[in-house]
Design a protein around this ligand. Structure first.
Ligand code: FES
Ligand code: FES
Length: 80
């Protein structure tokens, strides 16, 4: 399993809207973080879909190493 690229070592706060779908970048290469822009093509990564069931601010993982993808679980603070 290839290692994802660390986009940033902190989460991306983002207000999601009820009923909308979001595609979180898992590979870390997107130029439109924290979302997929297609840059994963040719890698073994693919985006993770998140369907918002309420309008609220969530914290998408920026380091791409979270154990609770697509959200930050604090793993970024333990990365070497
Ligand atoms: Fe990273 Fe698509 S650009 S998963
Ligand atoms: Fe990835 Fe926090 S930003 S776990």
């Amino acid at each position: 399993m290839a290692e994802p690229t660390i986009a940033q070592r902190s989460p991306f706060p983002f207000e999601v809207t009820t009923g909308k779908s979001y595609w979180w970048c898992a590979c870390g290469r997107s130029k439109n973080q924290p979302f997929c822009d297609g840059s994963h093509k040719g890698s073994e990564f693919s985006p993770i879909q998140y369907d918002a069931t309420e309008t609220k601010t969530v914290f998408f993982c920026g380091c791409k190493h979270s154990g609770g993808k697509p959200f930050c679980d604090g793993t970024h603070s333990k990365l070497p």
